[in-house]
Design a protein. Structure first.
Lengths: 144, 73
């Protein structure tokens, strides 16, 4: 039961995250807002890493750390700036479903580039996601 | 923006705890309902900033349902 509560709490907080970004983006530039956003995350994460022991992570070697550095640039920096910008431009209620469909790309890539088997259920799910994204992106933007 | 950053960090940790407790097949479909929460919260708290239409709500629901179908498959 705890796991489900954590999952629902995570979903609620990510939904709230988008709304807060939308409100914040009214008054500040996205780049500065992203800086504040990321610094807050670092300020919260660093004490946890220190508390749980930093030494173990450094023993993993440079290659795993390099993977996270690349992810940090593409996902945390570039992806976050683009996501925050999209929230400002089209609103949280339109940006989050489109961004939330991102894992669907993993499925498509897996079928075409990793030779994973095609499954009808997956195709139905992808079709539903595409339909939802189309509905959202084709509706008129109503921003103040 | 700082509150959004804090919400994100807490959410990530809750997500990992959910995976550890229930596994990805349970945790992922639930956490990826976050667009629905965003739509609802936007409707409730940001009526002056953006107008949430039935079309947008339906689209969000379809995306979430599609994600659930893929995850279960």
């Amino acid at each position: 039961m705890e796991g489900i509560i954590f999952a629902v709490a995570a979903a609620f907080l990510w939904g709230l995250d988008a709304v807060l970004i939308r409100k914040g983006a009214e008054s500040v530039e996205i780049i500065f807002g992203t800086l504040v956003y990321q610094l807050t995350g670092v300020a919260l994460i660093v004490p946890l890493v220190v508390a749980f022991g930093l030494g173990g992570y450094l023993q993993a070697g440079f290659k795993p750390i390099l993977m996270f550095l690349i992810t940090g640039f593409s996902g945390v920096f570039l992806g976050r700036v683009l996501y925050n910008t999209s929230i400002r431009e089209i609103g949280a209620s339109r940006a989050t479903p489109i961004a939330g469909a991102a894992p669907m790309l993993s499925v498509v890539f897996a079928i075409f580039f990793a030779s994973e088997p095609f499954q009808l259920k997956v195709a139905v799910g992808v079709a539903m996601i595409f339909s939802g994204v189309y509905l959202i992106s084709s509706s008129r933007i109503n921003l103040a | 923006m700082a509150l959004a950053g804090a919400a994100n960090v807490v959410a990530i940790n809750f997500y990992y705890l959910a995976i550890a407790d229930r596994g990805i097949s349970i945790a992922m479909p639930i956490t990826f309902t976050f667009p629905l929460f965003a739509v609802i919260l936007a409707r409730v708290f940001m009526q002056k900033l953006e107008r949430v239409t039935f079309r947008v709500g339906l689209g969000a629901a379809l995306v979430v349902a599609g994600m659930a179908v893929i995850t279960v498959a």
